[in-house]
Design a protein around this ligand. Structure first.
Ligand SMILES: NC(=O)c1ccc[n+]([C@@H]2O[C@H](COP(=O)([O-])OP(=O)(O)OC[C@H]3O[C@@H](n4cnc5c(N)ncnc54)[C@H](O)[C@@H]3O)[C@@H](O)[C@H]2O)c1
Length: 267
């Protein structure tokens, strides 16, 4: 197993985001990092927003090493003032904003019977409120033809055991996506949500360990049986879906809930 810390673009560029400016939240790791590389390879200038400034800078280095353009900005998506400053900085630096990928997220622990109140608050603050705050800041810059992609999860579509606050917060992201799509259609801004299945990233390590009673390999085996396609997702699998939704190829899609889950929720 690898943690996909240094994914490559994974595909040949066709300039699908040429001339566009994108912000990817949680761009310092995992799916966000892979998406920054993918979007930049397709011609976008990318604002890599993360609460971990070093991680964001690491992604920018990788993008630049492949000849792309990116800017690291540090912000906690749950804090409005930090978000507004970071989004404004990217729009000013690159001269506009056309794509927002609300990818930053955190997991949670436990069923409703045992979950901690703090964990619930953290999950909603980052996953749900963060999506609201960054979208609001981005909309001050976005024009007709812009695209917002929210990050849901299969946990928004089915009950994942012992992730109550995460399931609820990702469910809120799906509901918010539909609301945003309806509200923003007249402005020509599309809004869709991706619901990824399990992708092997640092975020998933505690979940895999818990599912395997402390044994990661056992946790992996117990997870794999839920995936008809016979493997977990790769960060590039999700980045490719985000790229499609960001691009004009998805011009007739708004309010869509796109499962990218190897058939997990089809059963
Ligand atoms: N990995 C999976 O299996 C999986 C499955 C479904 C959905 N998701 C969702 O995909 C998204 C990315 O997950 P990942 O697996 O790549 O995670 P990851 O932990 O590898 O990366 C998450 C990034 O978000 C940043 N971040 C966390 N909280 C933040 C905050 N408050 N403000 C700004 N940045 C913050 C982290 O610093 C990190 O760089 C999350 O929303 C997650 O819920 C992941």
């Amino acid at each position: 197993m690898t943690t996909n810390d240094s994914p490559t673009t994974g595909s040949t560029s066709t300039g699908r985001l040429a001339g566009k400016v994108a912000i990817i939240t949680g761009g310092g790791s995992g799916i966000g990092r892979a998406s920054a590389l993918r979007f930049a390879a397709e011609g976008a200038a990318v604002g890599v927003l993360d609460r971990d400034g070093e991680a964001a800078a690491g992604t920018v280095k990788l993008v630049e090493a492949e000849g792309g353009r990116a800017l690291a900005v540090t912000a906690d998506v749950a804090k409005a003032a930090e978000v507004d400053a970071a989004v404004d900085a990217v729009a000013a630096h690159f001269g506009g904003l056309h794509v927002l990928y609300n990818n930053a997220g955190v997991d949670s622990r436990g069923s409703v019977a045992v979950a901690e109140e703090d964990d619930w608050d953290r999950s909603f603050n980052v996953n749900a409120k963060g999506t609201f705050l960054v979208s609001r800041a981005a909309l001050r810059h976005m024009e007709k033809g812009s695209s917002i992609i929210n990050q849901g999860s299969v946990a928004a579509l089915v009950g994942v055991m012992n992730f109550a606050a995460y399931c609820a917060a990702k469910g809120a992201v799906v509901a918010l996506t539909r609301s945003m799509a309806v509200d923003l259609a007249a402005r020509g801004v599309r809004v869709n949500v991706i619901c990824p299945g399990t992708v092997y990233t640092p975020l998933m390590e505690p979940m895999l360990a818990a599912r395997g009673d402390g044994d990661m390999e056992l946790g992996l085996q117990r997870t794999l049986v839920k995936y008809p396609i016979g493997r977990l997702g790769d960060v590039t699998d999700i980045a490719n879906v985000a790229l499609f939704l960001a691009s004009d190829d998805a011009a007739f899609m708004t309010g869509s809930v796109v499962a990218a889950d190897g058939g997990m929720t089809a059963q």
